[in-house]
Design a protein around this ligand. Sequence first.
Ligand SMILES: Cc1ncc(COP(=O)(O)O)c(C=O)c1O
Length: 430
Amino acid sequence: MATHEKPYRHRAIGSHRLKPETLMMGYGYDPRLSEGSVKCPIFQTSTFVFKTAEEGKSFFELAYGLREQKPQEEMGLIYSRINNPDLQILEERLMLWDNAEAGLVCTSGMAAIATTLLAHLRPGDVIVHSEPLYGGSEYLIETLLPQFGIQHEAFGALAGERTLEEAVAAARARGRVGLIFVETPANPTNALFDIAGCARVARAEGERAGGHRPIVVIDNTFLGPLWQHPLEHGADLVVYSLTKYVGGHSDLVAGACLGSEAHVAPVRVFRTILGTISDPHTGWLLMRSMETLKLRMTSSMKNARYVAEFLQDHPKVRKVHYLGFLQPDDPQHAVYRRQCRAPGSTFSFDIHGGEIEAFRVLNALELVRMAVSLGGTESLMQHPSTMTHSDVPADRLAQMGVTPAMLRLSVGIEHPEDLIADLRQALEKI
Ligand SMILES: Cc1ncc(COP(=O)(O)O)c(C=O)c1O
């Protein structure tokens, strides 16, 4: 332990390093500051009292970047649009999973993505992004950002398998390649993109004469923060919808952005001014959720394998897009082996038939809930082509492989035999 390390920030016992799941129970929280309360209370307050005027001045100097932070100096509490203990402690714990230097919690996954993109892009920039993307990210990039002079170029399935290199070349012809935004695995097809490959292309772009190195931002909602760690593979920033696995109980909406302090700092300024910071109660719920994050994600990941195997063998099912079924001759297999630690628990499957048959399955479900979202304790199923992806034109959906016969399933932590019993009876209705 370094001499300046606070006891509630111990990350090792002697030479033994503590694992993130252990640290979720207390890391970053000092009970002595809260009447000895074992759990961090909810600091339901909009503003904080300064001890002296000098202290208030000093806190603002740091918050507004008017001076450098001194060694071991901590950011003081000012106002809950800038910082709040529940959110600061939550951020410190969230950073442990991705081994990130800095992290920020926002009001939603979209708030985290929008705040990150606005902080790092400027008019005249071109954003290069993978396809398919979550609908909200796609709308932001294709419809909203162009209104601020920020254009886009896509690579991946939707863009007719255009490579990242080709998309970057096309972007360079239009302006500064500002940022590479990638969702991997992609929603709803589980298409994978090579994170280290994106970092290499970004470096090469930066090394061109007069080149700006685009930053690489990965949406890690589907496998993170347990089964994929984009920062380890060269990403600059990782963003999350915490609404999904991290929140994990389908009872809150939140998001996060993590990475090096240098890359997070501009996002923090935008978050303060746009007001996209989360709130103390949500922060407290997320801390509680993270105590069981590993248990939940491991349980649902194991369940998903049983369910995927059942579906794969079912005569009414044509194909299961489960990462655990990637074959060694599939180019995606090498990417999976390199950057994913497990196949996760959200995947799509195609049934024989079309919308009518898919709706019969959905309407017959007795245990699995028919709802969008994913990553909760309960299993959820939805129909991407008429629900989450209904705003994508039909020809582009077809290019992505999202057909009316596709259903997306987020597997929860119920007993897998109960889930299979429900799916069996629902598939019989086709
Ligand atoms: C991959 C992905 N990214 C981002 C989001 C947006 O998250 P939120 O709904 O928390 O704003 C979602 C939501 O479904 C998602 O699936």
